[in-house]
Design a protein around this ligand. Structure first.
Ligand code: GLV
Length: 321
């Protein structure tokens, strides 16, 4: 009988995924209710044929060295792969894969959840209901209109497009920015390409959907926040470091923008301390793809990538850049 491939799994995944994994390989899993420590990761990867890793595992030359030259694949459970040194992997002939597409809806839905929560002060209202009472008044807890307003989508990839498409029900005007105009984005969403500065100046809502790269680090900083309307709301479900969080906290405190909805943070799991005291920010703990169905589907994508690599085939979701 052929030897099954041997895989390290850095965190327990949903049950149906673990069952599928059993069918295709032998594995050791970090079953602790926390990420693998650096030491556990370095020890865990040793001598494996493939590694299943998460966005909070930093995968760099030291980890590739620890794994050894027989390790063919690092399969990331997530679409973002800024945690992996991909050029280093490529140099060594190691495959890196991610989980695109299956989380487009869930992540775009989460951006909408934050947009609504921030615009209509949902979390603030919930806190109020739990802590006291209210009397209905004409100017009590006024929020921002959404229908018919201008939506700025930063990044025209799969999730940004999905997010923009969903605005159609609200009759919004869509602006988008990215490296270049995207005919598909325009055909699907009716959006118009704009330079980032123009988008920031003209949008009532700005939602970020770019990957974290050296070019997008602090893409939204003090200058960019300064371009936004005082009535505008910023949403981030991409990666924390795309926004200068200290500058954002200052802008929110000074009310130079109206509000923000954040699912991701520069130094996860901790938000910038200044944010916690502010009522005009809604924060969630990086749960953009966190639905039962999506987290399972992401796992099944990872299993397919591992199965291919263990059979010596190029995995379907190879990251190339
Ligand atoms: C989650 O943040 C992901 O990249 O899938």
């Amino acid at each position: 009988m052929n030897r099954k491939g041997n895989v390290y799994v850095s965190r327990l995944l949903p049950h149906p995924v673990m069952e599928k994994l059993k069918e295709i390989c032998d594995f050791e899993v970090n079953a602790e209710p926390r990420p693998a420590t650096r030491e556990e990761l370095l020890r865990g990867v040793r001598g494996r044929d493939a590694v299943l890793c998460l966005l909070n595992d930093r995968i760099d030359a030291e980890v590739f060295d620890a794994a050894g030259p027989q390790c063919r694949l690092f399969a990331n459970y997530g679409v973002g792969y800024n945690n992996i040194d991909v050029p280093e992997a490529r140099k060594r002939g190691v495959w890196v894969t991610n989980t695109p597409d299956v989380l487009n809806d869930a992540t775009a839905d989460m951006a909408w959840a934050l947009l609504f929560a921030a615009a209509r002060r949902v979390a603030e209202g919930d806190r109020l209901m739990r802590s006291g009472t209210f009397s209905w008044q004409p100017e009590f807890m006024l929020g921002a209109d959404i229908t018919g307003r201008t939506l700025g989508v930063v990044g025209a990839g799969r999730i940004g497009r999905n997010f923009a498409l969903k605005s159609r029900g609200f009759g919004m005007k869509v602006l988008y920015s990215g490296r270049r105009p995207s005919p598909e984005f325009e055909a699907e969403t009716g959006g118009r390409f704009a330079a980032l500065d123009e988008l920031l100046r003209d949008s009532d809502f700005v939602s970020i959907h770019v990957p974290l790269t050296p070019e997008t680090h602090h893409l939204i900083g003090e200058r960019e926040l300064g371009l936004m309307k005082p009535s505008a709301i910023l949403i981030n479900t991409s990666r924390g470091p795309v926004v200068d969080e200290k500058a954002l906290a200052r802008a929110l405190e000074a009310r130079t923008i109206r509000g923000a909805g954040l699912d991701v943070f520069e130094n996860e799991p901790n938000p910038e301390p200044g944010l916690k005291a502010l009522d005009n920010v809604v924060m969630t703990p990086h749960i953009g793809s966190a639905t039962v169905e999506t987290r399972t589907n992401m796992g099944l994508v990872v299993v397919r990538n591992i199965a291919a690599a263990l059979e010596g085939r190029e995995p379907p979701n190879l990251v190339r850049g």
